[in-house]
Structures are given as C-alpha cells and as structure tokens.
Design a binder for this molecule. Structure first.
Ligand code: GRF
Length: 210
C-alpha cells in the first residue's frame, strides 16, 4: 500500500472489538482517502481492535491505566503518545473511558467520537437499549466533536437514522445502527481532513453540503 504524503494523520482510541476502527482502516487503505490512521491506542491489552491495527500494518499501542496515578495522568500520557506521532485528529472508536479536560483541551476541535444514538437522545452506555426501552420509533448514530464536561456531548458533525422495528432486540437494532456507523465515521473524518467542517457556536457546518 502506498501512503501518499500530506494526508491527515489520525490517531484512534479504542477499547474493544474495533468494527468502527476497521471502517476507518479500510477507508485509509484507499489511495484517494485524505486521512490515514497512524496509531491505534487501547486501554485494554486484549482489545480485538489492536489486532485489527496490526493486521492493517498500523502501530498498535496498549497504554495501561494502572500505570498512572489518576485519570488525568493517563490522559496526559495519551496526549504525549499522540503528539509524538504528529496526530492531527483523534477518533474515539469504542473507547470506554471518559476523557478529562487535560485531554479534550489538548485536542480541542481535533477529537471526535461516535455514539450509537441520535444525540442528544440516549447518551451514555447501552444507547440502543435505552432507545428500545423508551419506545423510540427512530434510532441512529452520531459523530460529534469531543468537549469538556458530560459524556456524549459536543457539536454534532453527522447523524444517520434507522427505523426501530416492533420486533427489534438490542442486538438487531445495534446491528442496523452499526451499518450506519461504519459509513458515517469515515465520512466525518474525510470532511474534517478536507477542511470542510466549520464550527459556529454549537453548530457544525459542512462546506459543499449545506
Ligand atoms: C459502537 O457502537 C460505538 O458507537 C460505541 O461503541 C461501539 C464500539 O463498537 N461508541 P466497535 O468497537 O467500533 O465495534
């Protein structure tokens, strides 16, 4: 695979299975994609996402939270690793830790997350189960910038909706949403890499689209 110069250098933070990471790795394998994943960092040693990175020939790093006195010290270690690799964008892809201001300030406007609901509905864990329990008729996925404060807040970059079927279980709804996630995340990264996102107040505008 040739890696064209001048592509946006992206670092991914992961904790688990890494299907969204895979979508980003697959996108960066395309020569005309304007971004490339240069490092994948996990807070869990056995995360399948690390294997996906290695298979794709991307540096895979385990940073053990237990090696640090507190959350902030761990987050600052992440900042150091990412900065050392000249990362211009951070993508949280199933990263199961809340990042402190020490991190979000270092990467303000340059860190994204994907969440399996139409935010601001159903933030936090088990978003798909929350949507089912609430009786929502429409669910979906959101890519948003990270910001200080509560979980799953931050300016919304892209969203995609899916219907909720009457016979849905958490698994069937999650699978339907995941298909959207895998399209949405590479698209959001592409728009960022192409310099087509601008933030005004809470709103993100996409040049050439809105
Ligand atoms: C995804 O549903 C993502 O939206 C959420 O955690 C899940 C991670 O899945 N933040 P994967 O590790 O990308 O497969």
């Amino acid at each position: 695979m040739t890696r064209a110069a001048g592509r946006l250098r992206v670092g991914a933070l992961v904790s688990g299975r890494g299907s969204n990471l895979q979508a980003l790795l697959d996108a960066s394998a395309r020569a005309d994609y304007p971004a490339e994943i240069v490092v994948v960092i996990s807070d869990r040693e056995r995360a399948a996402a690390l294997d996906r990175a290695r298979t794709a020939g991307v540096e895979a790093l385990f940073v053990n939270p237990k090696d640090f006195a507190d959350r902030e010290a761990f987050d600052l270690a992440l900042v150091r690793e990412l900065t050392a690799r000249r990362v211009g964008l951070v993508c949280c892809a199933g990263f199961m830790r809340i990042l402190s201001p020490a991190f979000t300030r270092a990467f303000a406007g340059r860190a994204m997350n994907i969440h399996p609901s139409l935010l601001p509905a159903f933030p936090g864990l088990h978003a798909q189960r929350q949507a089912l329990d609430y009786g929502a008729k429409v669910a979906g996925a959101t890519v948003h910038f990270l910001e200080d404060g509560a979980v799953d807040t931050g300016s919304i970059i892209l969203q995609s909706s899916v219907p909720v079927h009457p016979d849905d279980t958490e698994d069937t709804l999650s699978a339907r949403i995941l298909i959207e996630e895998h399209k949405l995340y590479p698209e959001a990264v592409r728009l960022f890499a192409e310099g087509r996102l601008s933030v005004e107040g809470r709103r993100v505008f996409v040049r050439g689209r809105e």
